[in-house]
Design a protein around this ligand. Structure first.
Ligand SMILES: Nc1nc2c(ncn2[C@@H]2O[C@H](COP(=O)(O)OP(=O)(O)OP(=O)(O)O)[C@@H](O)[C@H]2O)c(=O)[nH]1
Ligand SMILES: [Mg+2]
Length: 297
């Protein structure tokens, strides 16, 4: 059997459902998803190997105007991804009107051959409204395909897969056939915790959060059952934010911890004991050294 591969870059403005799409296509929850824009901070590679074809998906941060150094790094990730795309999916929220972010992305991809428009969240729209949106977005450029989907309902994903499959070319598998991502274990864990913090917290607090895994140790409980001890730290930007993350008598931190633990146990298929600390690193999103320290540059 000849071996094939295809590299697919997923771009779009924040919150359109890029990471949701990545997770659905790969069939594993490898990228954090939240209702808050700017959830994804770095390039995330998802891998799916089916028979002879290896699909490599690259999820990127949502395109926006950077307001701090972290934002600048996020936008550098997007422009880097523009260069190495073989197939590019410009994902849009069909409930939203065309924006500058989409115009800029279309301009960046204009010279490429395999660029398709993916209109997500069709579940939120009537057929008529969707038809209008398709016309509006199709003006952007000469897309190879226009694919309306709903990640939520699992609709249209097979059409995306057929399209991508038709672009696969002879070549090696760059990742082991049984891997889903190139993200290190600790990064996946930290992102699972950050996702829960994003979902539980309001307003400006969640965007100023970074999560690191301090230690990781597997041991056997007294009954002989294996358990994974994970020690994590949530960094926030201010003392007042630290109070919010911890919550009344630690209630918020417990909620974040128990939701994260459930995901961790499911993904890593082992019982987890999760210990989370909260620390303050003032204004870290504008400090290069800290951004680097958190693995975000
Ligand atoms: N109604 C509806 N909501 C969806 C659909 N797909 C994703 N969402 C929701 O849209 C929100 C954003 O999803 P993400 O996957 O985090 O979006 P993203 O484009 O990766 O966002 P950034 O990482 O911030 O750029 C989440 O609340 C998802 O649950 C869909 O098909 N329909
Ligand atoms: Mg994302």
């Amino acid at each position: 059997m000849e071996s094939k591969n295809v590299f697919v870059t997923i771009v779009g403005r924040p919150n359109v459902g890029k990471s949701s799409l990545l997770n659905s296509l790969v069939g594993e929850k490898i990228a954090a998803v939240s209702a808050k824009p700017q959830t994804t901070r770095t390039r995330i590679t998802g891998v799916l190997t089916k028979d002879e074809i290896q699909y490599v998906f690259i999820d990127t941060p949502g395109k926006h105007r950077a307001k701090n150094k972290l934002g600048e790094h996020m936008m550098k990730t997007v422009s880097d991804a523009e260069d190495d795309a073989e197939v590019a999916l410009l994902v849009c929220d069909c409930g939203k009107k065309l924006s500058d972010a989409e115009r800029e992305l279309a301009a960046a991809f204009k010279s490429r051959t395999h660029v398709s428009l993916v209109l997500n969240k069709t579940d939120l729209l009537t057929k008529e409204a969707l038809a209008e949106r398709i016309l509006e977005y199709s003006e952007l450029m000469d897309f190879e395909e226009v694919i309306p989907i709903s990640v939520l309902k699992g609709e249209g994903l097979d059409i995306i897969m057929d399209y991508i499959t038709s672009k696969a070319q002879e070549g090696p598998h760059y990742f082991p056939d049984d891997s889903f991502t190139d993200q290190p274990e600790k990064v996946l864990m930290a992102e699972m915790i950050r996702e829960k913090a994003l979902n539980c917290l309001n307003e400006e607090v969640p965007h100023g959060i970074a999560v690191t895994i301090e230690s990781l140790e597997e041991r056997d409980t007294a009954s002989g059952e294996p358990i994974l001890d994970i020690a994590a730290t949530i960094y926030c930007e201010r003392d007042s934010h630290k109070g919010i993350v911890i919550g009344k008598r630690g209630a918020m931190l417990r909620k974040i911890g128990s939701e994260a633990r459930a995901d961790l146990e499911q993904f890593f298929e082992i019982k987890v004991n999760l210990d989370i600390w909260v620390k303050v690193k003032e204004g870290w999103r504008n400090k290069e050294a800290l951004i680097k320290n958190f693995g975000l540059s």
